[in-house]
Design a protein around this ligand. Structure first.
Ligand code: SF4
Length: 528
């Protein structure tokens, strides 16, 4: 096997051998490659032939299934490969029986990519991993009935490019286009979420769990949470968010359910420890699923593209009865149980999306003009297991009292229970939501730039990002597409960025790896 798509890749260079660091077996990795190769074949088949009403969704499903920590199940991957190949025979009927095959629609052998010249491999990997992230966002928007032709059409263009014998001149613009298209996709998902569930408003969320039966739901899909809340209403079962589901508490149409009680646990990489003794089922709606330990294997349920061998999967009918029955059977804690965040806080705040922050725009602008707010930091991104990620806790802890910290995604669990106080009537630490709510950060930055009549790069705003999987890749590409410079990225740089591609990013965007909180803060504030 060869896989180097995430931050924890072996030796910061690539997972090889029998299994990846994430627990993905060599067999599963090969099937994911086969699936990707089939998606490329399908995308190319659609170049001169009309797609069907199902093709977009098949492409989105296939890309989403190959994201890190989503699908470990060879059976479902084989079935997806079958769906993709089946769709191709519908798009180009008779192709397989053709007497003089042109090979234009052949499934692509991913070995060619992994063994390509390193700069070409790097750029094609940025495109492929980027669209895997975009596909996950497109999936969540689609379940709410929101789709975007520009986004869907780009999947075909990007997948087809991977099979092309192109150089850097052709591939670099496509890398940037991936960022542009992701911006459209995040805007689509923002619209889908806010029009369906209301504009997020600040909410204080308890980290403790009340006695009695409960269900923990994790991942990004707010629609799954909505359906679960409906199906558990009046049944004496409480629901707790976990990981990236935390921002759900800010949406009026979800918050209105009294049995949506709080948030259980910390970041995803602690799940094997935190779920071990949990007297409740856990429903995974997206990444990040880790290999399931025997200690809680009877309590894990998956849905959507998430799948793990032998775990109960909730299918398209979205009948959560098995999860509900398991919650009642386990019964929950006998007494109310107090939990804290990793810094000892008992509650966390969320809900500072663009709707809330821009409502307070005048207040923020006055605070900046009057000197009360000297600098904004966006400290966000994914969390992960690699040592060195406490950089982000220390960075936030050490930010001066006249600065604001905006955050998003699951990297915030390193510091979201810290009490940083208030500034200009607003909390100093504001959680904007899930990783896709990077769209909120972009909107706020653009509004500030307009108010101060300058470019985003001239604002007293610094981005200190943590990455782990492929959604972080597409968000980074969006920031680059917008021309945002001086991003600090950690805890390590992507293995798939070759030295030449890195030079390009440094020369054009001044992107830099994180160093120490002290040094980085000193450097940023000296320029502020
Ligand atoms: Fe390795 Fe990450 Fe690929 Fe898993 S997803 S095999 S950890 S690079």
């Amino acid at each position: 096997m060869f896989c180097f798509q995430c931050e924890q890749t072996a030796g910061c260079s690539g997972c090889t051998g029998n299994a990846g660091v994430c627990g993905k077996s060599a067999g599963t990795a090969r099937l994911q490659d086969e699936l990707t190769g089939a998606l490329i074949g399908l995308a190319r088949a659609c170049a001169g032939n009309p797609k069907t009403e199902n093709t977009d969704q098949i492409i989105i499903d296939g890309l989403f299934a190959t994201l890190t920590n989503v699908n470990f199940n060879d059976e479902t991957l084989r079935s997806l490969i079958g769906r993709v190949n089946g769709e191709k025979t519908i798009v180009v009927p008779g192709c397989s029986a053709c007497g003089s095959p042109c090979k234009d629609t052949e499934n692509y052998d991913m070995e060619k990519l992994w063994s390509d010249q390193e700069d070409i491999r790097s750029l094609k990997s940025l495109i492929l991993f980027g669209i895997r992230g975009v596909a996950a966002y497109a999936y969540h928007a689609a379940v709410l009935g929101y789709t975007d032709e520009e986004v869907n059409n780009f999947f075909y263009k990007a997948l087809s490019a991977i099979a092309e014998d192109w150089g850097m001149e052709e591939l670099l613009p496509l890398v940037m286009e991936t960022g542009k298209v992701n911006l459209s996709c995040m805007e689509l998902l923002d619209r889908a979420n806010t029009e369906t569930f209301g504009t997020p408003a600040p909410a204080e969320v308890s980290l403790s769990v009340e006695k009695g039966p409960f269900i923990v739901i994790t991942g990004h899909d707010l629609y799954d949470l909505k359906l679960l809340l409906e199906q558990t209403e009046g049944k004496g079962i409480n629901v707790y968010t976990h990981g990236e589901m935390l921002p759900a508490h800010a949406y009026p149409e979800l918050k209105k359910y009294a049995h949506l009680k709080g948030n259980f646990g910390t970041a995803w990489q602690n799940q094997q420890k935190e779920f071990a003794d949990l007297p409740a089922p856990i429903l995974f709606t997206t990444n990040c699923l880790m290999p399931v330990k025997d200690s809680y294997a009877d309590r894990v349920f998956t849905t959507e593209m998430v799948s793990y061998p032998e775990m109960v999967h909730i299918g398209e009918d979205k009948d959560f009865t098995p999860v509900i029955e398991k919650a009642l059977e386990l019964g929950g804690f006998v007494e109310d149980k107090e939990f804290t965040g990793i810094n000892g806080g008992k509650t966390v705040m969320t809900g500072f999306g663009h709707g809330t922050v821009l409502q307070a725009a005048d207040q923020v602008i006055e605070a900046v003009k009057g000197g009360a707010i000297k600098h904004f930091f966006l400290v966000g991104g994914c969390d992960g297991a690699r040592a060195g990620r406490n950089y982000y806790t220390e960075f936030v802890r050490q930010t001066p009292a006249d600065t604001v910290v905006l955050t998003l995604a699951c990297g915030k669990y390193r510091f979201n229970d810290l009490d940083l106080g208030t500034i200009g009537g607003l909390p100093r630490l504001m959680d904007m939501g899930q990783c896709n709510d990077a769209y909120s950060a972009i909107k706020v930055a653009a509004a500030l730039a307009e108010a101060f009549d300058c470019g985003v790069n001239e604002l007293p705003l610094s981005m200190v990002l943590s990455w782990y999987e492929q959604k972080a890749v597409c968000i980074l590409l969006t920031l680059l597409h917008l021309g945002i410079k001086n991003i600090k990225l950690g805890p390590t740089l992507p293995a798939f960025v070759s030295p030449n591609v890195l030079n390009f990013l440094v020369e054009n965007y001044n992107i830099a790896p994180i160093t120490t909180p002290e040094e980085d803060l000193k450097e940023i504030l000296a320029q502020s």
